[in-house]
Design a protein around this ligand. Structure first.
Ligand code: XUL
Length: 579
């Protein structure tokens, strides 16, 4: 078989994955490295270290280097013929930053093929050993500065596509500069996780990609350039400070289909890559995930990973403080709409563990059977008989992004037959809850309520009297296999054409990167990603319908409770922030 192959990588919170596909988009190799299991010497828990007192979350850069060494060896052991790889692209968890030392460029360019990356680059190539992680919550005061820099949070959202967020790289850089002035001085370049990973394949420091740069609170979306006032805020007052940061950030790769260069000499000599193999810009894990399908505007992807994200491609730039808009990762003129929650899979796992413990199921099995049975058998909002009130909760073992609250767990009753506002119908109580079992249904509903509440602004109505909702909903990520969650998504969020699992759902992000590499290397002039991948995509074998989507009665029942959900969030926020 003398066929061109394409490698896609995904450096996510808990693992690094590499997948290889053909020009016809067929999956031929997969290899992965799980940080907690494969690299226990770094002592991380779920891929990260935490400093709880300061709300810091970070990951050791050396661990990622070692993971790249290992994943490449595993692809080799799996029989991959690297000489057939024509293009490499990849993705990294968004917002994280990597601080290169003044020796980095020289070390990257002089890599010896007889040695590993970790041996040669850690620690000398870095001015700081750790990368702040997207779960970090240490930048509250820096975020206030960012939100006030242009007036208020709305102004920042209009300019950069997002209000200030703890994890966004601009506030993180500001904190880093003040907390570690020596390390900041010793930094030659700052990469995002995506451009850091690309650099290892390119053999020099790679530019940041046009989609991923939007996760920094520094980039003006309309003018496609860094914002001077925001750079100043992160960098310091003087013009030199600003220019210094601008230099550390480097150029931006505006065309994500244009190769940054060829595979590094290290890759060619160590693994037998073709010296003409193209290295494409690497992007964020969420932008890469929307490239797992030829997504049409109004189709949505829900990624059920460590975090939960809701993604749509849209031609409309309608920024708002409650969500994110970013440049589309391949197609100028389109934007990516995103909602992101820290409490996704891990929060569900906590509930699952409590339920298994109560049912005397061995915790170490990590079995979802009992959790799933409960989700399937429990009626919506725990309403077991018509006279019951609706019951709902908020489950945030980690501080949440939307809404911006500290960790906590809250349970409420909502009786919409009562007069008055949403608040008048709402009581904080766990009376009538059968715990821990009722938490299974309630946590799944809670996560989906939030998606419905916040995506309302960007979904349109398909006509014929059907309410505003997505057309197709695709599920990807570790939780995509869970059919009871898929069903609840259909019941609550609809989907006029139904809910689908992507066949390679677990690999959605890495697949998106590999498909981007196919498009970039094989595209005809002006051929968009959606056109090329759309032509080659074997829909019949790539997706599986798992739920019919929109059912009017359930949609309406959940719709009636939506103001209650929103009031519940407000109540918790009021208590928290005294608002
Ligand atoms: C998105 C976000 C997370 C990370 C890790 O804004 O913070 O989804 O990209 O997956």
């Amino acid at each position: 078989m003398n066929q061109a192959l394409y490698l896609g990588l995904d450096l996510s919170t808990q693992q690094l994955k590499g997948i290889v596909i053909t020009s016809e988009l067929k999956l031929v190799h997969v290899a992965k490295v799980e940080f907690d299991i494969d690299l226990p010497q770094y002592g991380v828990d779920k891929g990260v270290h935490k400093n709880e007192d300061a709300h810091e979350v970070f990951a050791p850069v050396a661990m990622w280097l070692e993971a790249v060494d290992l994943v490449m060896d595993r692809l080799k052991d799996d029989g991959l013929d690297f000489s057939k790889v024509k293009g490499v692209s990849g993705a990294g968890q968004q917002h994280g930053s990597v601080y290169w030392s003044k020796d980095a460029e020289r070390l990257l360019q002089g890599l010896d093929e007889n040695k590993t990356l970790v041996e040669q680059l850690a620690p000398k190539a870095f001015s700081h050993a750790n990368s702040p992680n997207w779960q970090d919550g240490s930048t509250e005061s820096e975020c206030n500065d960012f939100d006030h820099c242009l007036g208020d949070a709305d102004a920042l959202a209009v300019l950069t596509g997002s209000k200030a967020h703890h994890r966004f790289t601009g506030p993180q850089i500001l904190r880093f500069r003040v907390k570690y002035p020596g390390d900041y001085q010793a930094t030659s370049r700052i990469s995002l996780v995506s451009s850091f990973l690309a650099s290892l394949f390119l053999g020099r420091i790679a530019p940041i990609d046009i989609g991923d740069v939007c996760g920094m609170n520094l980039w003006e979306i309309n003018r496609r350039q860094f914002s001077e006032p925001l750079l100043h805020l992160a960098a310091g007052k003087s013009k030199e400070d600003m220019l210094e940061l601008s230099h550390k950030l480097g150029e931006i790769a505006h065309d994500s289909g244009e190769a940054l260069g060829n595979a590094s000499t290290w890759l060619v000599k160590r693994y037998g890559f073709d010296p003409n193999c193209k290295i494409l810009p690497f992007t964020g894990d969420n932008p890469s995930t929307i490239l797992a399908t030829p997504l049409r505007p109004q189709d949505a992807i829900i990624s059920l990973g460590t975090s939960t994200t809701f993604l749509m491609s849209t031609p409309f730039y309608v920024p708002h403080r409650s969500y994110h808009l970013m440049h589309h990762p391949t197609t100028p003129g389109l934007f990516m709409f995103m909602l992101c929650y820290k409490n996704g899979g891990l929060a569900r796992e906590r509930v699952r563990d409590k339920i298994n413990e109560a049912a005397k199921i061995d915790k170490s099995t990590g079995s979802w059977t009992e959790f799933d049975r409960l989700v399937a058998q429990t009626p919506p909002m725990l309403k077991r008989k018509p006279s019951d009130v609706e019951r709902m909760g908020l489950y945030f073992p980690l501080a949440e992004i939307v809404p911006n609250v500290r960790p906590g767990l809250w349970r409420f009753s909502y009786d919409y037959s009562l007069p008055g506002s949403g608040q008048d119908k709402l009581v904080e109580t766990q009376e009538g809850w059968n715990l821990p079992n009722d938490d299974a249904k309630a946590i799944v509903e809670s996560q989906i309520f939030s998606l419905r509440l916040r995506s309302q602004r960007v979904v349109t109505s398909p006509g014929t009297g059907i309410p505003q909702q997505p057309r197709r909903i695709y599920l990807v990520g570790g939780g995509a296999k869970n059919e009871t969650i898929a069903r609840t998504i259909g019941e609550m969020l609809g989907g006029t054409e139904g809910v689908y699992q992507l066949d390679v759902g677990e690999h959605g992000c890495a697949l998106g990167s590999a498909q981007k590499a196919v498009w970039a290397v094989e595209r005809k002039q002006d051929q968009t990603f959606e056109d090329l991948i759309g032509e080659r995509w074997d829909e019949k074998h790539s997706i599986r319908k798992v739920d019919p989507g929109y059912r009017q009665a359930l949609w309406d029942q959940y719709g009636r409770a939506l103001p209650g959900f929103s009031a519940m969030e407000e109540r918790v926020l009021m208590k928290e922030h005294g608002r």
